[in-house]
Design a protein around this ligand. Structure first.
Ligand code: ARG
Length: 491
């Protein structure tokens, strides 16, 4: 039964006590307690602003701030009592404040509502979550870049349709993931701009008739701007949806990586040895070494994508402004962050600790005619139309298949019979190692290009100091990643 001693803040108009079943159904304290730190920070900023516009005296403000700080400590030490009767974190903190400092505490909720309060708290929480994820993504990038240096000379097949396509240097693979995570970091930074806007002071829905100073709370809480429309601000959860989308994309990128490494660690591929400290065994098959971590990274992507879906459906069709439905958005949001953070955290040691199985890779590298496209391009460079060159090389591949040999083992006469331009210099581009060195274009797997990109990443991630000569005050990164060198500043 409801404790009659717990008096609801809205009880003035009510003539009946709240049913405990309602309390169980509507509570959010079981999950929004994790907002406590932000709730208290926002309340302190709000009280200080109220004092500077004379809605609180300096002494009242001091009592409130000290009381809130004591409550924060109590929560941090695990001594704070939580109860569903007080519904959410906002009411818990306020009630505890009144219990500590008496009637002065009843002034804190001046010119504010739980509607702008919850939006402020969630924004502060998402902002911190963005900064944490960004830091972790840099760690994953560093792991890929460090192993790019280690694996610099290893050649791998690149696949399209999961069929062998062309040869690439291993770092070309690793830096591909760095690019994906770099875009994710860019999306986080962009999302952060819209997160970092203060709704505090928009109150319930229409603002307040009291002479508050929203600019002051904005500054105190480190927000970049003040939300301009109270109807919009108290209902807006775009920022949370954006964050959930960016997280879903991060999870999707991790899932691609996980899927690839699961395949690569099979006996069928034998490209990778996963670190055993991050593998599991089977309870029945003694020989098994399973990639469960990677499978769970792939699997957890499903719930992160599901959370995004839940949030989109949640806000679809809500009229302005605050509706209690919005409370349902908090759990998927928290779960998205917790899940993606755990995936990124576990990815770091797996990326760093896996070893390429160089012998097994090399032993089968000449399978699949990875050099065929390079041979075709040699013909094109010698003036043969692409369609013709494609057809000619296709026939040479068929001949090699019939003899069960790689292209490099066809005879000079086979090549010259196919086309007079195919003299003995064809052997300069045949074989996977030679084919790799034949690449030229910006962004390709050309060794010089991979080295340039690797150097750029090492500098970017603080793994190498830039040379004094190259130091023009910017790292030239954004420009470099969109412009080929001929058009870029460093041409
Ligand atoms: N627990 C609520 C939420 O998460 C706080 C805001 C409640 N506002 C209200 N008018 N009931 O949305």
């Amino acid at each position: 039964m409801t404790d009659p001693a717990v008096h609801k803040p809205w009880s003035g108009v009510f003539r009946e006590a709240t049913d405990s079943r309602l309390e169980q159904f509507t509570e959010s304290i079981s999950f929004d307690r994790r907002l406590y730190e932000h709730d208290i920070a926002a309340s302190i900023a709000h009280a200080q602003m109220l004092a500077s516009v004379s809605l609180l005296s300096a002494d009242e403000c001091q009592q409130i701030v000290q009381g809130l700080e004591a409550i924060r400590q109590e929560i941090e030490q695990g001594q704070f009592p939580f109860s569903v009767e007080l519904e959410d974190i906002h009411m818990h903190v306020e009630r505890a404040l009144v219990e500590r400092i008496g009637d002065v505490g009843r002034k804190l909720h001046t010119a504010r509502s739980r509607n702008d309060q919850v939006s402020t708290d969630v924004r502060l929480w998402v902002r911190a979550a963005i900064d944490e994820l960004d830091r972790l993504l840099v760690e994953v990038q560093r792991a890929f870049v460090e192993r790019s240096t280690r694996d610099r000379d290893c050649i791998l097949p690149a696949y399209t349709h999961t069929q062998r396509a062309q040869p690439v240097l291993a770092p070309h693979y690793w830096l591909a993931y760095c690019e994906k995570f770099e875009r994710d970091r860019g999306r986080l930074a962009d999302c952060r701009r819209r997160v970092n806007v203060s709704p505090l002071g928009t109150a319930a829905v229409a603002g307040t008739s009291l002479a508050i100073n929203r600019e002051e709370t904005r500054t105190r809480l480190g927000f970049d701007a003040v939300a301009a429309n109270s109807l919009d601000a108290s209902s807006d959860r775009d920022f949370a949806l954006e964050f959930a989308f960016v997280c879903a994309l991060i999870a999707t990128h991790l899932s691609t990586w996980a899927e690839e490494w699961i395949l690569w660690s099979t006996i069928e591929f034998r490209f990778l040895k996963l670190p055993q400290a991050f593998c599991t065994g089977s309870s029945i098959m003694p020989q098994k070494i399973n990639p469960d971590v990677l499978e769970l990274v792939r699997g957890k992507t499903a719930r992160v994508v599901g959370n995004l879906q839940a949030l989109l459906v949640l806000v679809k069709g809500l009229p302005l402004a605050y509706n209690r439905d919005l409370q349902e958005g908090q759990e998927p949001l928290f779960d998205t962050f917790d899940t993606v953070r755990s995936c990124v955290e576990i990815a770091i040691p797996v990326v760093a600790g896996a070893e390429l199985n160089r012998e097994a890779i090399a032993a089968r590298l000449e399978l699949g005619y990875l050099d065929a496209t390079t041979l075709m391009e040699l013909l094109i460079a010698r003036g043969v139309p692409q369609r013709t060159a494609h057809e000619l090389v296709g026939r040479l591949v068929r001949l090699a298949m019939e003899r069960s040999v790689p292209l490099a083992e066809l005879k000079p006469a086979d090549f010259s019979a196919a086309h007079p331009a195919l003299d003995n210099s064809v052997y300069d581009v045949l074989g996977v190692e030679r084919a790799v060195t034949a690449f030229r274009s910006y962004g390709s797997t050309a060794p010089a290009e991979v080295d340039r990109q690797l150097a750029r990443w090492r500098m970017r991630l603080g793994l190498d100091r830039r040379s004094a000569a190259a130091d023009d005050g910017s790292d030239g990164f954004e420009l470099d990643s969109v412009l080929p060198p001929e058009e870029g500043r460093h041409s």
